[in-house]
Design a protein around this ligand. Structure first.
Ligand code: ADP
Length: 387
């Protein structure tokens, strides 16, 4: 018998769990994915047939339960994944999360309007970028804090599955979310007055991970559905960078109120930003606008401003492609230092001009959401009851 927390030990325990045929175990049926173990946290998925997720929830729960019994296990996350049905369109992998939802092209079946049903959450806003390294995560956390500072109950979900940085950005690295009393869900973590969840609480930021498409989607939808989010006015989702299948599928499965696109001023980045914009338009998610990050540089010693990347590209581009320009954030040492130290600037230096800039951007984004809601109301025909 394998001792301690090893992949072999996890597989050995999983042999106790019967598969959908109620005869063979899930390991010998070949349903268990790659097992990721990191610091006592265990993550894997079980393949199920599309459409069977809900009825196989007890199997998922049983798998979680047996793995929890292994010495040294701090947390376990098991998701059900359904590979895309043959012949379906090519917008990303289908998935099934936590036994209750599946995403196929066109949305999440079984959910109103083909989307996940998240009644506690007033508005979900995606923060996206056409490519990595433009400051998307830094913008997402500071924007979430700015929504909170503007009086909204706010949460943030780090869906950047390929490089989850939120635990570090809010100083919660190495910590684990608590299991909720229902035994199935996780409680969100708390930081600076925000509710916070990230796949990074389960696996380390730099852990080598081979994510298969379905695993990515199921982890994301599980973090939305199986986290006991409180009543939130807004949930900011830090999206994975780029405009591939994972982003498209996520945009379809999650009822997004809107998306903001973070871009640096370089033209190249703007071409990528345009791709992001088109992706959201394709799935009818309103783009609230573009944020220009690392927009200009203020010299820390002389205070002189330099437009090192050719400032203003995003504002012009926003006009050209008929979207809003939400604002600009300079390239600023303090923003980088506070991020790296887990002390985001909007929370720790709220009187700084940069914190003010983020709050103004949050105000502009929220105004767009409210305007879209008003427009939607006008489009809904009124039913007049005659007495
Ligand atoms: P992404 O999520 O797009 O990959 P990050 O938010 O992780 O990007 O940012 C990449 C790096 O750039 C980080 O070290 C971060 O601290 C830094 N950074 C982001 N925005 C700014 C800014 N406005 N000024 C200075 N540094 C920044």
């Amino acid at each position: 018998m394998a001792d301690g927390l090893t992949k072999e030990r996890v597989l050995e325990m999983l042999q106790k769990v019967k598969g959908p045929d109620q005869t063979n175990d899930i390991v010998s049926l070949g349903l268990v994915s790659e097992i990721v173990i990191n610091n006592g946290k265990v993550y894997f998925s079980i393949s199920v047939e599309p459409g069977k997720a809900r009825e196989l929830e007890p199997m998922r729960a049983a798998a979680e339960e047996v793995v929890k019994r292994i010495d040294g296990v701090k947390s376990v996350m098991v998701t059900l994944t359904a590979d895309r049905e043959p012949g379906s369109a090519s917008n990303g992998a289908g998935q099934a999360s936590g036994g209750s939802c599946q995403t196929k092209p066109g949305g999440a079946p079984g959910m109103p309007g083909g989307k996940l049903d998240l009644p506690n959450i007033g508005a979900i806003i995606a923060v996206a970028s056409g490519k990595g390294g433009v400051g998307k995560s830094t913008t997402a956390i500071n924007l979430a804090l700015a929504f909170k500072a503007n009086g909204l109950k706010t949460g943030i979900l780090d869906a950047d599955i390929y490089g989850p940085s939120l635990p570090r950005l809010v100083g919660l690295g190495g910590q684990n979310p608590k299991q909720a009393p229902d035994g199935q869900s996780l409680e969100p973590m708390q930081a600076y007055g925000l509710e916070v969840m990230s796949i990074g609480f389960l696996v380390e930021e730099d852990a080598p991970m081979i994510w298969r498409g379905p695993m990515v989607m199921s982890a994301l939808t599980q973090m939305l559905q199986y986290v006991t989010w409180g009543e939130l006015d807004v949930l900011v989702v830090d999206m994975p960078p780029g405009t591939g299948d994972a982003q498209l599928t996520l945009s379809q499965a999650v009822p997004l109120a809107g998306a903001v696109i973070v871009s640096t001023p370089q033209d190249l980045a703007l071409i990528d930003a345009r791709k992001g914009l088109n992706m959201f338009r394709q799935v009818q998610v309103p783009v609230l606008g573009i944020i220009e990050n690392m927009s200009y540089f203020i010299c820390p010693s002389c205070g002189e401003r330099s437009d090192i990347f050719g400032h203003g590209g995003a504002r012009e581009e926003a006009q050209k492609i008929d979207t809003n320009f939400l604002g600009e954030i300079p390239l600023e040492m303090k923003i980088r230092e506070t991020s790296d130290a887990g002390k985001p600037i909007v929370a720790t230096d709220p009187d700084s001009p940069h914190a003010r800039a983020y709050r103004d951007i949050a105000k502009a984004a929220w105004a767009q959401i409210e305007a879209n809601r008003e427009r939607a109301k006008l489009r809904t025909p009124k039913i007049v009851m005659e007495s």
